[in-house]
Each structure stands twice: as structure tokens, then as C-alpha cells.
Design a protein around this ligand. Structure first.
Ligand code: KIV
Length: 296
């Protein structure tokens, strides 16, 4: 079943226009920073929408932040599609990018195109993202040739973190920095409309960005990128898991959520909730008739 296309009519005049690939490229040309954030459900999508994000990524980081897996590796395409479709229902203007999960695109070009098509048809995505250079360059080329915009992702690529020596910064020697640069240039050449740089030295990132025509979105890649992305749960402090060095916390929502639920629990136990303002009434006569007729 295909998803209903998103309404592209802005709800009011103060709302930004829907983000498109040409607008994203224009932002880079004008030097306007691109704001990307992850989301994994309807309420987080609404938050991203109202906060004015340009791009929303349903990252496979959702495997850890909302599904509780210990890494991004186990999440399935069906799980990602369910999260992505929920996000799509909460968005009006940001560009929606779905993250192809581990094992769903590496096998062959056919597999990559078929999975990408599901993200477009079933979840209403505008684009998909895949990780790494190497064989992923050819997969990106195949998906682009099938008419689906692709975002690349280089540097620390969590799906293959074990092969990279763990969750650690990449490109910290001249050789490794050159490998990141080559991957980025190859993904651009394959037709990617944008590339994520994750966890690479700021100076390396700056040097590579100068050679790229497509917008680069950084996470732990310093200030020289064309935009930034953060994981929703990291930036809002919703998640207790490991927080990387680059994840600045802009709020402590989990503390407030725990406090709210604890207060609710205390009021239930003290029988102070529900109060008179939370109950429905019934006419006295109706109640009397009900009581009279309600016999065991
Ligand atoms: O899965 C994810 O959230 C990502 C971002 C960190 C770029 O890939």
C-alpha cells in the first residue's frame, strides 16, 4: 500500500516553504546553515516541524533510542518503515530522509533499489540515506538511477563500527583522512545530493568540504560543514545511553518526564488524582434510576 503524498501547501504564511533538493543546494550556495534533526515517531516529527528543521532524518539510531537495541545493526526494514511512516504523518515542510538499515542494501543493486523504493512508497520519504563509501557508492548510484535521491554518510559509520575499531573518530591520520575524502567524492560523483560527515576532525572536514559541491551535514565534524545534525534524544536529554562527545544536550527532558510520571504516581497513591475537574457527571435522576435498576 502506498503512502498518501504529503501536502505541500504551507499552513500559514509564516511557515517555511517545503524543503526541496534545489532549496537545499541553494542554502549551501548562500552559506545558510542547514538544520537537520532525527525523529522516530509522530510527536518528535511535530516537534521538528514546529522548531523549523530543514531536514528530518529517521535515523537507524532509532534502533537504540526508541527500540532499545544495543546497536543500530539489528533493526529491520519493517521496523524502520513503521517509524518512518509515523514521522511522515507529523511533517509538512522538512525534507524527509529514511535511513536504510544494515543488511537492507549492501547485497546487490537490486536489493538496494527495492529497499529504497519501499521507503518512498510505503513511508512517504523524499530521500534515503546509506552508509560508507566502497560498495555503497555503486548502491547509491543504482538508487539514484532509479529516481530516488540519496544522502551519503562517511567517517564514523555506526552500521560497520566494529570494522572501524569501535565508535571512535575517523580520519585522524593522513591516510585515513584521505580515505574519508575519497569516499565523499565518490558518493558525490555517484549522484548523492548531500553527505553526512560523522566524527571526523574539524580541520579534515573543512578541507574536504572545500572540494564538495553538495551540502555536507556534520555530526561531530566541526563548524565548517554546510549544516549540522543531532540525534533527537541526545539533544533533548531523553535517552540514558552513551552520549558521544559531539552530542550537545540542549534540554533535560528525561528528568522532567520521570518527575511528571512520579508526580502522577504519587497523586494516584494519595487518591488526589483524579480531581473534580477530571470526572464526568450524570444527572441525579438518571443516576437514581440506574441504581434502582442495577441489582445483582
Ligand atoms: O542514524 C542516525 O541518526 C544517523 C545520524 C547520526 C546522521 O545516521
Amino acid at each position: 500500500m502506498s503512502a498518501t503524498p504529503r501536502t505541500v501547501v504551507p499552513q500559514n504564511l509564516s511557515e517555511p516553504l517545503p524543503m526541496t533538493l534545489p532549496r537545499l543546494a541553494e542554502k549551501k550556495r548562500l552559506g545558510e546553515a542547514i538544520v537537520m534533526v532525527t525523529a522516530y515517531d509522530y510527536p518528535s516529527a511535530q516537534v521538528a516541524q514546529e522548531a523549523g528543521a530543514d531536514v528530518v532524518l529517521v535515523g537507524d539510531s532509532g534502533a537504540m533510542t526508541v527500540l532499545g537495541y544495543s546497536s543500530t545493526v539489528p533493526v529491520s526494514t519493517d521496523e524502520m518503515l513503521m517509524l518512518t511512516a509515523a514521522v511522515q504523518r507529523g511533517l509538512r515542510t522538512p525534507l524527509l530522509v529514511g535511513d536504510l538499515p544494515f543488511g537492507s542494501y549492501e547485497g546487490s543493486d537490486q536489493q538496494a533499489v527495492a529497499t529504497a523504493q519501499r521507503f518512498i512508497k510505503e513511508a512517504g520519504c523524499d530521500a534515503v540515506k546509506l552508509e560508507r563509501g566502497g560498495t555503497s557508492v555503486q548502491r547509491a548510484r543504482a538508487i539514484v538511477a532509479a529516481g530516488i535521491p540519496v544522502m551519503g554518510h562517511v567517517g564514523l559509520t555506526p552500521q560497520t563500527a566494529t570494522a572501524l575499531g569501535g565508535y571512535r573518530a575517523q580520519g585522524r591520520t593522513a591516510e585515513r583522512a584521505l580515505a574519508v575524502a575519497r569516499d565523499a567524492l565518490a558518493l558525490q560523483e555517484a549522484g548523492c545530493f548531500s553527505i553526512v560527515f560523522e566524527a571526523i576532525p574539524a580541520a579534515v572536514s573543512e578541507a574536504i568540504v572545500e572540494h564538495l559541491k553538495v551540502p555536507v551535514i556534520g555530526i561531530g565534524a566541526g563548524p565548517a560543514t554546510d549544516g549540522q545534525v543531532l540525534v533527537f534524544h541526545d539533544l533533548l536529554g531523553i535517552y540514558d545511553g552513551r552520549t558521544p562527545r559531539f552530542a550537545k544536550r540542549f534540554a533535560d527532558i528525561k528528568d522532567r518526564m520521570v518527575a511528571g510520571v512520579a508526580e502522577y504516581a504519587a497523586e494516584v497513591r494519595a487518591r488526589t488524582f483524579p480531581g473534580p475537574e477530571h470526572i464526568y457527571s450524570i444527572d441525579d435522576d438518571e443516576l437514581a434510576r440506574f441504581r434502582a435498576s442495577f441489582t445483582d
